[in-house]
Design a protein around this ligand. Structure first.
Ligand SMILES: Cc1cc2nc3c(=O)[nH]c(=O)nc-3n(C[C@H](O)[C@H](O)[C@H](O)COP(=O)(O)OP(=O)(O)OC[C@H]3O[C@@H](n4cnc5c(N)ncnc54)[C@H](O)[C@@H]3O)c2cc1C
Length: 466
């Protein structure tokens, strides 16, 4: 039986068995419940199960198995390809499961799988701690973690997965297991980068680290005229390896937002920028940031002390849910001169105010983890690159998509070959394989063990292998 034929009566039985709500087409709130972060995604699921606890997740998985119903799994709903929702499928929606439990003594945080990074930062920074996440607070913990997780703390403390201690997972047969180094270690290996292919995680436990001074870091953007892009990129690529790992900076091409704190004279101007985050002791900050402050002729130097939560959420207002997004991505071993030429060309053609290009370093602690220690394979000390065409107006969907595709086509030859799975669109199996490099075959074996029927396939799919 396919999802589209999953009978109304069957769904009524599922609704009765759940603690949470089951929302079906025609119900009030259906359109709201099927909407995800990227407004370009317009899927119509057969039902959306708003789970209240792990038991609801188990109930949904068993239901889907016995009725042959296709499923999609939704954490924070941020996935660009829109894999958190799917036509005719049963969406197992975890977004109500957002509780966090911090252990300051053990330096850990346990997080339910529907939480956002804003929820986690709120909980941990109160204790002066954080676990590595991303660059925006509204992103879901689940999807980001399962793909790897690159953010402000990557150079110092590694990827998000390098700080994952354990995960509770509902498997395809409806059983719940814990995955860690000492329990189901093959599953734990695969979860760390292999996405949602192996089961539905209901909670994560992460290691936390003391950051800044009681959670106050020094961070913010330094912006340069777009014409300075070649000099800034060359300087950045030389400087980065020499910087202490307490200092992270990702480089971007962007349009200066038409809003404070940016001076009105700069609103709407195209720029090259680096967003810095220094998480070390403040009495060393001046020395560490000296080279950053003294380079070139910046238009804006926005470096200042702030709670880590503020830096983490600074882009949330600029990028609310409901914009049109089209993005393409690659890993890069270096920022080559050929790549800089492409960046200069397409930076000058940024099609809308929200459209942007980012390069996030994956070096320091992240690159000291062997490439086969987790499923995440690109740890050569390079960059996680993303080109994102973004705009509020659906009429501009074609424009932003074309700019992104053209930019990517010219830049791709300078890349390392694969891309961060969390930045892939629905680009086909070869791109997924390239993103896992030599780890793919082992992932396919773990997939066969835990999900031989490929029940969890609405994702960057790893097919069960031999
Ligand atoms: C504005 C923006 C900024 C971003 N910044 C960063 C960044 O700084 N660093 C970074 O690493 N990434 C970043 N990302 C990418 C982000 O990691 C991915 O979009 C990720 O998929 C989002 O996770 P989610 O839970 O919100 O997504 P969802 O759309 O809910 O899910 C994403 C995928 O994970 C699966 N999944 C979700 N929850 C579970 C679960 N509990 N168990 C099993 N599978 C599950 C889904 O089936 C789906 O395939 C960003 C994305 C956006 C839109």
């Amino acid at each position: 039986m396919t999802t589209s034929t999953t009978a109304t009566t069957a769904y009524a039985e599922l609704a009765a068995a759940m603690r949470g709500d089951l929302i079906v087409p025609g119900d009030p709130g259906y359109d709201q419940a099927r909407a995800v972060y990227n407004a370009m995604i317009d899927k119509h699921p057969g039902a959306i199960a708003r789970c209240r606890d792990a038991a609801d997740v188990i109930t949904c998985v068993r239901f889907a198995r016995s009725h042959g119903t296709e499923i999609a799994v939704r954490g924070g709903g941020h996935n660009a390809a829109g894999f958190g929702v799917w036509d005719d499928a049963l969406v197992i929606d975890l977004s109500l499961l957002r509780s966090t439990t911090v252990s300051p003594q053990n330096h850990t945080v346990r997080v339910d799988a529907g939480a956002t990074w804003g929820d986690v930062d709120h909980a941990t920074v109160a204790f002066g701690m954080a676990t590595p996440s991303g660059f925006i607070a509204s992103t879901g913990v689940a999807g980001l973690t399962l793909g790897g997780g690159t953010g402000y703390l990557t150079r110092r403390f590694g990827l998000t997965i390098d700080n994952l201690l354990s995960a509770d997972v509902v498997l395809a047969d409806g059983s719940l297991v814990t995955a860690s180094e000492s329990s189901n270690s093959d599953l734990f290996w695969a979860l760390r980068g292999g996405g949602g292919n192996f089961g539905i995680v209901t909670s994560f436990t992460f290691r936390c680290h003391d950051i800044g001074e009681a959670g106050t870091i020094i961070g913010g953007p330094v912006l340069y005229d777009l014409a300075d892009t070649p000099e800034v990129m060359r300087w950045y690529r030389e400087l980065l390896p020499s910087l202490p790992e307490e200092l992270n900076g990702w480089i971007a091409l962007l349009t200066i937002p038409p809003a404070p704190p940016f001076p009105e004279t700069l609103w709407g101007r195209k720029a090259c920028g680096i967003v810095w985050c220094y998480t070390g002791p403040h009495d060393r900050a001046d020395k560490v940031l000296e080279s950053v402050r003294s380079f070139g002729s910046p238009l804006v130097v926005g470096l200042q002390p702030m709670p880590f939560t503020v830096l983490q959420s600074v882009f949330d207002g600029l990028y609310p849910a409901g914009l049109q997004w089209y993005w393409r991505a690659d890993f890069f071993n270096e920022i080559s001169d050929a790549a800089i030429d492409v960046h200069v060309k397409y930076g000058a053609q940024l099609p809308t105010g929200h459209s942007t290009m980012h390069l996030y370093p994956i070096d320091g602690a992240a690159s000291r983890v062997p490439a086969d220690a987790t499923a995440f394979a690109y740890r050569d000390g390079g960059y996680n690159g993303i080109i994102a065409g973004v705009d509020p107006d659906p009429a501009n969907a074609g424009l932003i998509s074309q700019w992104t595709k053209d930019y990517w086509e010219e830049l791709h030859p300078t890349s390392a070959g694969g891309a961060y799975v969390n930045f892939l669109m629905d680009e086909g199996h070869d791109r997924v394989k390239a993103s896992y490099r030599g780890n793919y075959d082992r992932l396919a074996q773990v997939k066969r063990r835990y999900d031989p029927d490929n029940m969890f396939h609405v994702n960057q799919n790893i097919q069960p292998g031999g």
